[in-house]
Design a binder for this molecule. Sequence first.
Ligand SMILES: [Zn+2]
Length: 237
Amino acid sequence: MKFDKILQYQKIDQELLALETEVAKSEVRQKFALAKSKLDGATATIGKLKTEANDLLNGYTAMKERIDALKAEIDEFDGILDDVQDVGEAEHYLKLVTAISEKIVALEKEANAASSRIDQVNDAYKKTWEQGVKASEAYNAARTEYNAFVGERQPRVTEIKKQLDALKPDIPEQIMKTYMSLRATKKMPAFVEYDPNKKICGRCYMEVPNDTCAKLRNAGDFAECPNCRGILFVSED
Ligand SMILES: [Zn+2]
């Protein structure tokens, strides 16, 4: 009896698969996933705004320092012009002061723009923070609901898994491996009995090609259906 245990396993496993599908497709699962993505989105936005606010603030502080330094430079010219007799020299100083003043005006303009951008970012931060708090509450509620839904099914899941674990030692490793990979890709049932006289796959109902038929002549033979990838086997009964 090469396949009776895996067939028994497959039959019991169908209920576990059904429970897993029920949970995966449930409304509470979708609500939970949506709440999580909203919370993740708010958290990411908060992080971005925080970085932007920090960068802006650093830029603003640097500009203010530069403005103060330029103002101090202008202050150094105080009194100098009073002592200058030569017109050419006076013009030279005046040009220097004008150039510095223009720099200050430009920097102040830039600093003001940064300041209003900082205000905007702060407003956006506050708003997103409030959304984040709400998203966090919604996430916690959805998680509780989801966990309760899963929890209700847990005793049955545990029971089924115990039955499956008890069967496992009697199933050849290669057959188990094949089964698990088909299960993972949701190709169920994985093992289907094949009648060498009919030459039809019992899973996808396609005609089995000759080279596959050749592998499925005697009791205990098994081969993959080239169409649906299910495992066809010849019963030993
Ligand atoms: Zn098939």
